[in-house]
Design a protein. Structure first.
Lengths: 785, 152
């Protein structure tokens, strides 16, 4: 029996006080004696042969201590395919690609020396858009793509198609040929989104006793360790990564970034090296949420049964595959999610272009796949004349239903969540009067995302003062999971107060492997490992206490820092006394725990080229909003926003509410005005906050929130990750509401005033993708039997 | 040439070029790293400090221009072990996430609430027009500030 009273409370975060006092030292605030300052020399063209890099003059410049180029970094890294060198090697593939790195006594000296490096280039043709990349005879971004090491077998690749994941379940051809169906086809296009985490990517590296110590702003200390080793061609054990407080991540820092540059320079100089991206570098090389193009077609009966669905999703991975290779997997579970499908074919392709690589961003491609799916769903409802809420109630995935890849879903979750939303809607007046003379729209959408489980490790040491120390590779990026949910989980297992659980900051020398903080996995995976470690401590603790109290362990209960005999308050002793006793008789008490995703089965043969064929922990969301659209200016005002979110179990409701408000607002930026565009030279136009418009205080509304508890989850105490999913269906909901307000088909994001005006005036050309073939089969390299 | 600055009530001497942005002097010379460099263009507000009581983007102000002025940074707000009422409200409302914008938010709102003791919710949002937060979605920051208004 264990006391779980500390779960389910609004435990405050312990890092707030120092953050509010300006005392927290993020990576950008770190300094070391003798520290050098580094800069990168970056390309200013999108595609060229790199004939020579001459650093002779630069090396003689004042203050210069080290210069690194491609010769210092032999390895290539990547997800699925090792296509990415640290420095441009042989050729330049995107504007701002690093060519050389310089460390000097001062930043100004490093900048001056970088400017003195002489490079010789021969221009090569570039493919800037996915349409360019897929055109017949297009130049290849990686002519040598066949030679790269493949890290995960099974996907089709070819030319500028970096990766292709396909889903084939059932006979869509037969479904589309049925005489009793309507065929509805839609096309969508979205741009990139910049995370704009306030702390840029930043690192301080040093080389001591034959090993690298990398202190960095990352979500993935173990990835940094392993990728740095791979690039430098050294054993991974030679790299130690530690992580101070991280000033925002949102997925940007879910990859190795600047760390290897600083490491190489530190080794050469024999001194610590600091490398921090300027805001302009962050804007130009941000691993954005990718731009994408989506074509989707459904065969639907008059009573709203979706008997067939075919979709093609093109994701721009930029010059290197990166996270998009993995994300091709997630199309099956997002665009292919939400609804029961009689048959389905999905092609999800990552496309190389000569543009800055993209990456992971909170709920990743789920955000635009949900936009596409929900807008398509509303277009279906228009076509068959069915109320969109009724259509969703009839079709959302429920207990025993099959997902796109044939996995069997457990529990009725989305249906009751729609009912919950209906209750909230009925309980309050519409905000329509606030629209005044403007066009008013309302929409409700559903979304499916997942918890990215995978391996985590934890150790718990029980100290003789009755406190516990939790050692993991988890990182606090701002979401609070390391500050709130983890200590709450450990405390609830050990009967301690969460404030008595010390959470050690990530250090790959001190803690076991972890996949990283992202994908909503911290509370679930690190939480489960922490719970297992705590359970081992608890068993040992009860063993000792049982002797001390002359009572069987199963008759003991841990609560409030004490071990009591069940039903007899004050009968026992303190945990501290038991820990102290244990130290004398068996040695200090500790426990270790580990976790990984158990794996859920897909239907055999459905999915090709997928990293995850079925999702271990689905997470569902229902969003609703009301908007006013000004027909004179095209401005969209959000009048009200409501979220019903599947959280499994809310162990810190107040913290989850904070995540939902913040995630929805990031989604509003994506839906309405955060726009990244790329010029003809492959350079991102929005190089600063002057042109990249994020939500301000005046743009936002308080989100009305209802946490849906009780859905099945393998997470500790029944939890699911809660920080990732709030952004999932914001763009979908806004787009559907704007469609309803304007009676026009929204096909593109963001819904900036000019775009909305075009829509209202009917001036925008309908989307068409010459590079997406009409017949689904003509879009895939994968042989489909 | 040395520059005489009054920072958080202390006389400080800097050897920097007077054109150096004030934020760099505060952070790199005085190790007052509360003020954050996020955009260096005056858009984000994370480097906001008070100069003679006015909230100023310290990335845009040459340090020489602050000579002889009273400069207050976020490090000055708490006294002893006690947070200022606004800091305390932010903690009580669980408003903090990554924390990078809060030094600037605090300086802007501390100055604003002094000038405008009875603001509305909209007034507070207007006051935050120069302070971006990427994590929280703002509403809790506004809630916390409003909690200090006796009539609200």
């Amino acid at each position: 029996m264990s006391d779980t009273s500390s779960a389910g409370t609004n435990f405050p975060r312990r890092d707030a006080r120092d953050k509010l006092r300006g005392r927290t030292r993020y990576t950008v605030d770190q300094g070391r004696p003798g520290m050098l300052h580094a800069v990168l020399l970056r390309a200013e063209v999108p595609s060229a042969r790199l004939l020579s890099v001459d650093t002779a003059i630069a090396r003689k410049m004042p203050g210069v201590r080290a210069i690194a180029t491609a010769a210092d970094a032999p390895g290539r890294h990547g997800i699925g395919i090792a296509d990415h060198p640290l420095f441009a090697t042989g050729c330049i593939r995107y504007d701002s690609e690093p060519i050389a790195a310089v460390a000097a006594d001062t930043l100004a000296q490093a900048e001056a020396a970088a400017a003195a490096i002489i490079i010789e280039l021969e221009p090569l043709p570039a493919v800037i858009s996915m349409e360019d990349a897929l055109a017949a005879g297009a130049p290849l971004v990686h002519p040598q793509w066949r030679d790269y090491e493949v890290l995960l077998e099974g996907a089709a690749r070819g030319g500028n198609v970096a990766w292709e994941a396909t889903v084939v379940r059932g006979d869509t051809a037969a479904a589309f040929a049925r005489p009793d169906v309507r065929i509805i086809e839609s096309a969508f296009q979205v741009g990139r989104q910049n995370h704009l985490s306030f702390e840029p990517r930043a690192v301080v590296a040093s080389y001591e006793d034959g090993r690298f110590h990398i202190e960095t702003s990352t979500q993935v200390p173990w990835t940094v360790r392993n990728v740095t080793a791979r690039i430098l061609d050294i054993p991974a054990s030679q790299v130690r990564v530690t992580v101070p407080a991280v000033g925002g991540g949102f997925g940007l820092k879910f990859d190795c970034a600047l760390e290897p540059f600083a490491a190489i320079l530190a080794r050469e100089a024999g001194r610590p090296v600091r490398l921090v991206n300027s805001r302009q570098e962050e804007m130009l090389t941000c691993l954005c949420r990718e731009n994408a193009e989506i074509q989707i077609r459904s065969a639907v009966t008059e009573d709203g049964e979706i008997v067939g669905r075919e979709a093609v999703v093109l994701m721009d991975c930029g010059a290197y595959g990166g996270e998009q290779i993995f994300l091709t997997t997630m199309t099956a579970h997002t665009l292919g999610g939400n609804y029961r499908l009689g048959s389905v074919k999905i092609a999800s392709r990552a496309i190389y272009t000569n543009t800055a690589p993209n990456g992971a961003f909170r709920a990743c491609n789920g955000v635009y796949n949900t936009f596409a799916l929900e807008r398509h769903t509303d277009e279906i409802c228009d076509a068959i004349g069915m109320d969109p809420l009724e259509f969703r109630r009839r079709n959302v995935l429920g207990d025993g239903d099959l997902g796109a890849t044939g996995q069997v879903f457990e529990g009725n979750v989305l249906g009751p969540m729609l009912d919950r939303m209906a209750g909230l809607r009925e309980a309050k007046p519409s905000k329509k009067p606030l629209a005044g003379d403007r066009l008013y729209g309302r929409a409700t959408t559903v979304g499916t995302w997942f918890v990215f489980v995978g391996p985590s490790a934890a150790t718990v040491n029980l100290n003789a003062d009755g406190s516990a120390t939790l050692v993991t590779s988890g990182v606090e990026i701002g979401s609070g999971s390391m500050m709130q949910s983890l200590p709450q989980i450990v405390a609830s297992t050990l009967g301690l107060r969460p404030e008595d659980v010390i959470v050690r900051t990530a250090d790959t020398d001190g803690s076991g492997f972890d996949l990283g903080v992202g994908g909503g996995r911290t509370t679930v995976s690190l939480g489960a490992a922490s719970q297992a470690a705590s359970a081992e401590v608890r068993r040992k603790l009860l063993g000792i206490a049982s002797e001390m109290l002359q009572t069987a362990p199963e008759r003991l209960v841990l609560e409030n820092g004490r071990i009591e005999i069940i039903g007899i308050k004050g009968s026992g002793t303190t945990i501290a006394k038991v820990a102290e006793r244990a130290q004398q008789v068996v040695g200090p008490l500790s426990g270790s725990g580990s976790f990984t995703g158990p794996g859920v089965a897909a239907m055999a043969g459905c999915a090709r080229g997928h990293f995850i064929e079925a999702i271990d922990i689905p997470v569902f969301a229902v969003h609703e909003c009301e908007v006013a659209v000004d027909p004179e200016t095209g401005h969209v005002e959000v009048l009200g926003y409501t979220v019903v979110q599947d959280v499994g179990r809310a162990i810190n409701p107040r913290a989850i509410h904070g995540q939902i408000q913040g995630g929805v607002v990031q989604g509003l930026g994506y839906a309405l005005h955060e726009e990244v565009t790329i010029d003809a030279n492959g350079r991102i136009r929005q190089a600063s906050l002057e042109t990249y418009r994020v939500p301000l205080a005046q743009d936002v509304v308080p989100v009305e929130i209802s946490l849906y508890e009780g859905a099945p989850s393998i997470g500790p105490l029944g939890t699911k990750g809660a920080g990732e999913v709030p952004i999932l269906n914001v763009a979908a909901t806004i787009a559907c509401a704007v469609s309803n307000a304007t009676r026009r088909q929204v096909q593109q994001l963001p819904l900036t005033p000019p775009r909305v005006l075009e829509l209202i005036l009917g001036r925008g050309a309908a989307l068409s993708f010459p590079h997406i073939a009409n017949a689904w089969r003509d879009n895939v390299l994968t042989p489909i039997s | 040439m040395s520059l005489h600055l009054n920072v958080n009530g202390e006389a400080r001497i800097s050897s920097c070029d007077p054109l150096t942005p004030l934020v760099d002097v505060l952070r790199d010379e005085f190790f007052l790293t509360g003020a954050k460099v996020v955009c260096r263009e005056g858009f984000c507000g994370a480097c906001t400090v008070l100069v003679d009581g006015h909230p100023i983007m310290s990335c845009l102000l040459p340090a020489g221009m602050a000579a002889g002025c009273e400069i207050l940074t976020v490090e000055s707000l708490a006294s002893g072990g006690n947070l200022s009422p606004l800091q305390q409200a932010f903690e009580d409302y669980d408003a903090v996430q990554c924390g990078m914008c809060f030094p600037g938010m605090l300086m802007t709102l501390t100055s604003f609430l002094k000038q405008e003791p009875n603001p509305t919710r909209d007034d507070i949002k207007t006051a935050l027009v120069g302070n971006i937060c990427r994590c929280t979605g703002y509403e809790r920051i506004v809630d916390a500030a409003l909690s200090l208004i006796p009539t609200a």
